[in-house]
Design a protein around this ligand. Sequence first.
Ligand SMILES: [Zn+2]
Length: 322
Amino acid sequence: MVMGMNPFNNSQQPNLGQVNDATLMALSQQGNPNFSHAALLEQASAQQQMQRMATEKNIEVPKVNFYPSRHANPYKARKQDINQAYKLLAPTKRAFFDPRRLFRHSKYMYNKDTAVCCVDGCNVKQLIQHDNLYARITDEESGRTLWDMYWQNPVTGEPEAFIAREGVTSGRKMRATYCPEHLHLYHLLCRWEDQQDVEDEMKPSRFRDKIKRGVSIVTVPISTVTGVDTGPSHPMITKYESFFAEISADARGSNGISMQHYTNPVTGDNDITTITFDMRMFQKELMEMNQPNPAFQDILNQQAQVLAPAPTIPEAVMEGMQ
Ligand SMILES: [Zn+2]
């Protein structure tokens, strides 16, 4: 089965398995950071291998025509890539008037066998027996294969079919899976969504939403952040530990210093810490410190008249204000 439709481009674009290396290089530099050259190569070689298998073994294999967004804004490019991936990964539904859909509530075309791709009906069992492509497609960052990441039971470590879901990343589990090409796209989709979540979490509007819902931001002393439960700390962090301790101590005494931690919604780790020095707050606090309240100033002045020589007023003021 060949899927020759690309919902995003009316003009016929070659699929990644057919274009040459120079085209891939050019594509990887078109301002879409989601697609590094390595990721494109990986996708292209997956397509080539599946096509080769198709000719060698007469196995029906799909062709996934995903084409990366060329939007100049990386955030929008990723959004478009995510949308396109969702469309391409959605399980194939039966025609609306198909009697099986109407009377047997069997909405999906491929929902009976966990060895069949839910999009194209490609028989994955045959593919694996002939040549396990899942084990040949790797994540270019972690170096782990799709086989390691998605086809193992996380508890027992035994091989287990990846189960597709009705809503791609959510929804009911189907009795179907993804073929290597679709699973690769699924893997990229998950990664883009993670990246987007992390970026969204840092938007100021997200903070406002949290505060509206009664969530307050509590400063966590850095000693607990770099503690045992957060995993091994980086040597660069260890180096600055005393600095962070000082900062968090000072942050308690002044509104001009604030430290914020951004937690990764997926791993729960504290990924990003920012420290803010607010000069306006420092100046305001300094002004307040230099202007004791009038009643206290009167007492000080009286004391100055009684005692001779007079104590140095600024110091006394400082103490009195504590
Ligand atoms: Zn497929």
